[in-house]
Design a protein around this ligand. Structure first.
Ligand SMILES: [Zn+2]
Length: 305
């Protein structure tokens, strides 16, 4: 009997962790230009492991993102690639405004402007548009704005897609992309090599922090962006998660974790993990996730000048 219990206890942790993968800024994040052929090539590579392994994934779309460079059908084709690979799609607004600096009415218009192509593509597959993700994770500078938007989203049949595993993947991707384009192979190599160890530190931090804040390791929601770096490392990143004992779940299943019903009274200009929002609401002492390596931050800043 004791032996059996021991076996059970040993078997349990292997599949105990769960994560929903969410990918923002479709058709392409800020790591490079909106060249349609390149975006299609990156998309094909990025989604291939999800298709092959039937891993649930949802992409959040800025329908206006590449409108100046794309031909009329390019966006539709890229988004169809995601759906054909088994992904879901959500609305991330048309033009990626921040709620910190945009009037609520304008922000809502921008959400509506992002809808037609998504509703159309999803309806053709007998599916519905369900999820909304705030650009920059800015959910409202004041509680009044936040609540007003939440009510509006509910009226429009949206479920907010929170994030627990927040990180600076976009910073690595921008440094990597710029280094590649300018022929700086050394910086590109360093950025790529530093990326997954950094992501591992993010997992490690939020796994522990979720126990401190929510009392258990929550069903995590990972945010990453549709960029070339992620397309290149995705098989290895999935390996990293499997090694940590994760299985891949839908956003819907993640949100069934009671943690997502924890009180969240945070209002302010910060855009960060929901685990931090819950901890702030509880009045806990703040604890931030690990920073990216200094050279990434420096290279990122240099490129912005
Ligand atoms: Zn975004």
């Amino acid at each position: 009997m004791t032996f059996r219990i021991l076996l059970f206890a040993l078997a349990l942790p292997l599949s105990a962790r769960e994560v929903a993968i969410t990918i923002d800024d479709l058709p392409r994040g800020g790591d490079g230009p909106c060249d349609a052929a390149e975006v299609k090539r990156i998309t094909a590579r990025l989604i291939e492991p999800f298709r092959r392994e039937k891993i649930p994934v949802i992409g959040f779309v800025n329908a206006g993102r590449c409108r100046e460079k794309f031909q009329p059908d390019d966006l539709r084709e890229v988004l169809a690639m995601w759906l054909e690979a088994g992904a879901d799609l959500g609305n991330h607004t048309f033009s990626h405004p921040s709620l910190n600096t945009t009037l609520l009415a304008e922000y809502q218009d921008d959400i509506l402007r992002g809808e037609p192509i998504l509703k159309d593509l999803l309806a053709a597959r007998e599916r519905k548009l369900r999820y909304f993700r705030h650009p920059f994770l800015h959910a409202g500078p004041a509680l009044e704005t936040r609540r007003a938007l939440e009510q509006w989203l509910q009226m429009h049949d949206y479920t907010v897609a929170p994030v627990t595993l927040d990180n600076s993947d976009w910073m690595f991707a921008e440094v990597y992309g710029r280094a590649k384009r300018s022929g700086n192979a050394e910086i590109a190599r360093r950025a790529r090599e530093a990326y997954l160890p950094y992501m591992e530190s993010i997992f490690d931090f939020f796994e522990k922090r979720s126990v401190e804040v929510a009392g258990h390791e929550v069903r995590q929601i990972l945010l990453i962006h549709a960029n070339e770096l992620n397309s290149e490392v995705m098989p290895k990143m999935l390996e990293l998660m499997k090694k940590r004992g994760y299985r891949f779940i839908s956003l819907e299943r993640a949100l069934e974790d009671p943690a997502y019903k924890l009180p969240d009274e945070y209002a302010g200009t910060g855009g960060f993990s929901w685990i931090h929002r819950w901890s702030k609401t509880k009045g806990m002492r703040p604890k931030g996730e690990p920073d990216e390596p200094a050279f990434i931050a420096e290279e990122y800043q240099r490129g912005r000048k």
